[in-house]
Design a protein around this ligand. Structure first.
Ligand code: CR1
Length: 803
């Protein structure tokens, strides 16, 4: 139900709250103050519902999901909370009546950068969906004092500034110090026999850290449900007798939740990362068990009440941590503890890239987490004992939790869970056939697919109001509850009048984005041009390089023949590179150098523009996506587990230009092949190259004069300002044989880009195809994804009926 609130009531409440919070009249407040006051009001309006939801779950003894993730990227919450409470319009009108700037207030909210990319954003979409379909679902993660770095470009280079997102406080969070718990690191542990014939763990010289939870309400879509995202902060435990903490010790402790590890692939800060992982895994499991015990005398019902989800390997230590608590604190024996634990646990794998499959050196692990290590050793011992006779030494050595002097987190996660899923059909297939094939052989029934999804509430309803209003007027509002209803738009696919309005909505979004680009970057872009968008982390496998080569090709084409017709293009990028990922940063520099060249060459005459929007994140995505025409999804086939920007762009009527990889495949199938552009090697061809070692990038270079010319611009001074960067990329592609097959896919990719330039000129046909994408996008709503997790993995019900 939407909250019952009139505009006048709201205005009165708002002015009262301004006084209460700031002891001044409206004119003495900043946009941020006004935002804070709106936040406080929302908390007032929703507080009772929030309390009611929590109480209901408890009293009805509902099974609850706990989604453990080291990243959450919720984005700004003001508008989404207003939307979900059903008071967005009332509040916006009230604020405008008061002479305030609603847009400015929205923009003053810091965007919590508590994640790197798709994995963290997926977790946030899932939180929104769990609340919105009425599923008892909690998030469990880390309250990083600083978010992912703020990206600025200086002289075209990425520079990382700190993201001090909490400096003005956070109106959405509730600190619950009374729910804090202790997490132990280091020291020694030994097992002491007790009088009742058990072994008891005795800890000495441990470093104890206080984990304090901060809860944020996750408000469901107009259904009176508010779930909890619980983020843990590391603090120094209260000083007591004989407890004294030096500065150094205090620093070490607060460091644990100081900053998000700004990387999802490299080797840095490893020990700190492990501390972070155990910290939030342990605190979360402790609080789950404490809560469970309020209502239950024995532990037997645990899997009936609790589903713990391991989002990628980072929270895998929930497995040994639950074992520890069940055995050491609840006094269960191994077998029973193991049964309960595995029945509670499920795991999602998000990547097949080897470097992202976490492994910890045993020496480090053991020293930091001695009791947890003992338990992992025992899991390993029992696994080997059970599997050796059935599967033989090779397979067992390859798959055991301990091997090569390391703790292998993905294997531990599979062995300790009842379900393992990939995030798109192709990805799941590759897990089964390749990355985890031995474990699939041992546990075939554990593996399943759950294709990712996105929440249309944020990615259409909030960020694309022109389109949303148009959809309402055509098919009514039910699609807002049930995104598959967007199918009904199919009836308009030949309706000229509707297509015109549809095109207008896009045009307005492009104008708004052009204004933003002008204001923030001082670049003039033409809303009539093709907005060709690539927004995602910068990584070699995602192949932003293909897009770079296309821009160079277009540049040369215009230079060769300035008078020839050319379909105007704006190439739009958003991407952060991991600070230690040198190659990715070189590509950023090259894109910026190209932008400098192309945007300022009078001969190019505005036919071509390159816009690299700095500090890409949720809020920037909300501006770019509604304005896009082309969605670049160019990963090497097999490498992108799913992708989710592809889905967001699809719902906004953007045509995909992509490889047959990840969820691109499913998007193309849903939208229809003729409504997308696909290119490049198939997975089979890629694997074939691997198996036969037959790829020679230099052959592609030698056999394609255009490609040769394009690549040479990287090193011949055509692009001013790049020296080592151009050379390094050139070398990677030619001398070092192009690890991601950029050159193999170049010709086909360029061919499709040329088609796009042609097809775009036929406005009506283009709009029709764009609409076909919106029409078919409903199935990629995370509401359905979450429903499938609930039904197949967690066995947790939800209240809302979905199509
Ligand atoms: C994958 O690369 C996927 C998201 C969410 C990423 C991307 O294809 O859409 O996960 N994986 O499932 C990742 O971040 C560390 O791994």
């Amino acid at each position: 139900m939407a909250i019952n609130l009139t505009k006048n009531q709201f205005k009165e409440d708002f002015l009262n709250e301004i006084h209460a919070a700031y002891a001044t009249d409206l004119d003495g407040t900043s946009a941020f103050d006004q935002f804070t006051v709106l936040g406080r009001l929302i908390n007032h309006y929703n507080g009772r519902n929030y309390a009611k939801t929590t109480k209901k779950y408890f009293e009805e003894d509902q099974k609850e999901v706990y989604y453990f993730s080291i990243e959450f990227l919720p984005g700004r919450m003001l508008k989404s909370n207003l939307l979900n409470l059903g008071i967005l319009n009332v509040v916006r009108e009230g604020i405008t009546d008061l002479g305030l700037d609603f847009g400015g207030i929205v923009e003053s909210e810091p965007d919590p950068g508590l994640g790197n990319g798709g994995l963290g954003r997926l977790a946030a979409c899932f939180m929104d969906s769990m609340a919105s379909i009425g599923m008892a679902g909690n998030g469990n993660g880390i309250r990083y004092r600083y978010g992912l770095f703020k990206q600025v470009f200086i002289n075209g280079y990425q520079v990382e500034l700190e993201d001090d997102w909490l400096k003005n406080g956070n109106v959405w969070e509730i600190r619950r110090e009374n729910k804090a718990c202790l997490v132990r690191f280091g020291g020694n542990v030994w097992m002491r026999p007790t009088t009742n014939n058990r072994l008891e763990a005795v800890y000495e010289n441990t470093e104890d850290v206080l984990a304090v939870p901060y809860d944020t309400g996750m408000i469901g879509y107009q259904n009176d449900v508010t779930n909890t995202l619980r983020l843990w902060s590391a603090e120094v435990p209260p000083a007591g007798n004989e407890k004294y903490y030096t500065h150094e010790q205090r620093d070490r402790i607060s460091q644990i939740t100081q900053v998000l590890y700004p990387d999802d692939s490299s080797m840095e800060g490893r020990i700190l990362r492990l501390r972070q992982e155990y910290f939030f895994s342990s605190a979360g499991i402790q609080s789950i068990i404490r809560f469970y015990r309020k209502n239950h005398k024995t532990m037997d019902e645990l899997p009936k009440q609790v589903a713990v989800h391991i989002n990628d390997t980072h929270p895998t230590l929930v497995i040994p941590e639950m074992m520890r608590i069940l055995m050491d604190e609840c006094e269960l024996g191994w077998d029973q503890a193991w049964k309960l634990t595995t029945e509670c646990m499920s795991y999602t794998n998000h990547t097949i890239l080897q470097e992202a499959l976490e492994k910890w050196q045993i020496e480090i692990f053991k020293e930091l987490l001695p009791r947890i290590y003992q338990i992992v050793e025992e899991i390993d011992r029992r696994y080997r004992e059970e599997m050796l006779p059935k599967y033989g030494e090779d397979i067992v050595n390859q798959t055991a939790p301990l091997g090569d002097g390391q703790v292998r987190m993905a294997y531990l996660a599979v062995i300790g869970s009842h379900s393992v899923n990939g995030v798109a059909p192709l990805h799941t297939e590759l897990l089964e056939k390749d990355v985890l094939k031995e474990l699939f052989y041992i546990y075939p029934t554990r593996f399943n697919n759950k294709t990712n999804g996105i929440t249309d509430r944020r990615w259409v309803q909030i960020s694309n109001e022109p389109l949303s209003n148009l959809i309402d007027s055509a098919i009514g509002k039910e699609w807002r509850n049930n995104p598959k209803q967007m199918e009904l738009l199919g009836q308009y696919s030949d309706d000229d009048d509707f297509l015109e309005k549809f095109a207008n909505a896009k045009k307005n979004n492009k104008i708004a984005f052009a204004k933003f680009v002008k204001e923030t970057m001082d670049i003039e872009i033409d809303p009539e041009a093709i907005f060709d968008v690539q927004i995602k982390r910068l990584h070699a496998y995602k192949r932003q390089l293909l897009h770079v080569l296309e821009i160079i090709r277009e540049y040369l084409q215009i230079k060769d023949n300035p008078q020839a017709p050319f379909t105007k293009r704006v190439h739009i990028f958003g991407a952060k590179a991991a600070p230690s990922y040198f190659y990715a940063k070189e590509i950023i520099k090259i894109i910026n150098a190209l932008a400098e060249l192309v945007n300022n060459d009078p001969e190019i005459n505005d036919k071509l523009k390159v816009v690299f929007v700095p500090n890409y994140g949720v809020s920037i995505a909300e501006k770019i996506i509604p304005a896009a025409d082309v969605s670049e999804q160019t990963s090497t086939a097999s490498k992108e587990a799913s992708g989710t920007s592809n889905m967001k762009l699809m719902s906004n009527g953007v045509l995909l230009l992509g490889t047959m990889d990840g969820a691109n495949i499913d998007i193309v199938n849903a939208a229809g092949k003729s409504n997308a552009y696909t290119f490049g090697l198939t997975v089979a061809q890629v694997y074939n190259y691997y198996e036969n070692h037959s790829y020679r990038s230099v052959d592609f270079y030698e056999q394609n004069d255009e490609l040769k010319r394009v690549l040479n611009t990287l090193i011949d001074g055509t692009i001013p300002g790049i020296k080592s960067e151009g050379q390094d990329v050139y070398d990677a592609l030619i001398r070092y044989n192009d690890e991601y097959f950029v050159l193999a896919d170049y010709a086909d990719y360029v061919e499709k880009q040329k088609q796009i330039s042609n097809d775009f000129l036929n406005k009506k046909a283009w709009n029709k195809r764009a609409l076909a994408n919106v029409t078919a996008s409903g199935e990629f709503s995370s509401d359905y994804t979450i429903e499938r997790y609930g039904d197949d993995i967690w066995n947790v019900p939800h209240t809302k009926e979905l199509d």
